[in-house]
Write a protein that binds this ligand. Structure first.
Ligand code: TXA
Ligand code: MG
Length: 323
């Protein structure tokens, strides 16, 4: 089905598709999600097939209200309550012990479940109309760029899913921050759209590593991810000599710096704003995928605030190509 406008009629249609075990891509404030009924294992299995996603990689359940959250999690944590009150709806995913109602395929057999309440009208209305939490990874092929517009979704998953709800551009542009709360404390599983420093105001210092480093529990622990289909590297001399005479696209943070005849130059945020930079990151990488360049070179940004999420995504992309 083609991309459709996210109006009331289409959101209702989308809810029916999801209740009938189909797949719908929908907007959130971070990136577009590929949604299925999170309590129906058959529907959830379709997400893994469609994305060619390894089954060891668990999914986030998206809720629209606290009652739904309590239906799926089994933990009385004052800290979780505080964070939810402060940051939901918003780009924060919390991993907590799950209730039996959550199918194993959602959590990849883990006794915990990742939950978030997206800060997007369309997403919230869709979940509300479904009446069940929606399981949704980013709506892209596994390991590739996350979509921040409905057209990005159509480019990768077009023909393979039942509906794409178009709600415009995602305002945050990088995936949610994922933390895990257990008796041992609070752990960062993936930096994302909510700066870790904001969360630490309520939790104290967040630990950067979980005890179990063998099994990848988050993309943060996979070697590469989030990659465009063109080689990408950080600015380095070797890349310039290796790609001499070839078409290079450049991404700078605030202003163009290197003295080279780039075929295309993109500036993440002319006013040096990390929020704007994060919102443009995947968008620019998608643009380069349809421009005629042989290599993308990108400037590193400061790893504070949203800069941590930006650099996390870029490092994973760069690792794939070893430019
Ligand atoms: O912003 C976002 O988080 C977007 C939108 C659609 O909500 N979703 C997203 O989903 O980025 P995904 O599947 O691409 O990344 C979520 C990650 C998974 O890769 C997984 O490693 C981690 O969350 N995760 C899910 N359940 C977990 C669990 N029980 N324990 C540890 N990590 C978990
Ligand atoms: Mg993803």
């Amino acid at each position: 089905m083609p991309v459709v406008k996210a109006n009331n009629t289409n959101i209702s249609k989308a809810a029916r598709i999801i209740k009938n075990a189909g797949l719908v891509a929908f907007p959130t404030e971070t990136v577009y999600g590929l949604g299925a009924d999170g309590l129906n294992p058959i529907a959830v299995a379709k997400i893994f097939e469609t994305k060619s996603r390894p089954k060891f990689n668990p999914l986030i359940l998206h809720v629209s209200n606290k009652k739904m959250f309590r239906r799926i999690t089994n933990y009385n944590s004052q800290l979780a309550e505080t964070l939810i009150k402060k940051f939901w709806p918003g780009p924060l995913t919390i991993v907590l012990p799950k209730k039996d109602i959550v199918p194993d395929i959602v959590t990849a057999g883990n006794p915990t479940v990742a939950v978030r309440m997206p800060d997007h009208k369309v997403a919230l209305e869709l979940i509300e109309k479904c009446g069940v939490p929606i399981a949704a990874p980013s709506a892209n092929d596994f390991g590739r760029l996350s979509p921040t517009t409905a057209q990005h979704v159509a480019k990768q998953l077009g023909g393979k899913i039942d509906m794409i709800l178009d709600g415009g551009r995602c305002s945050v542009g990088v995936e949610s921050t994922i933390i895990k709360i257990d008796d041992g404390g609070v752990y960062l599983l993936r930096p994302g759209g909510l700066p870790v420093e904001y969360i630490e105001k309520y939790t104290g210092k967040i630990k950067r590593k979980t005890a179990d480093t063998k099994k990848p529990v988050s993309p943060g622990q996979l070697p590469f991810h989030y990659a465009p289909n063109i080689p990408i590297g950080f600015f380095n001399k070797r890349a310039f000599s290796k790609y001499e005479g070839k078409k290079i696209g450049a991404i700078f943070f605030e202003k163009a710096k290197a003295d080279y005849n780039f075929s295309s130059v993109k500036i993440l945020s002319a006013k040096g704003d990390l929020r704007e930079a994060a919102a443009n990151l995947f968008l620019f990488l998608h643009e380069f995928e349809s421009e005629d360049v042989d290599l993308i070179l990108v400037e590193r940004v400061k790893e504070t605030g949203l800069g941590e999420a930006i650099m996390n995504r870029l490092k994973k992309a760069v690792k794939r190509y070893q430019v």
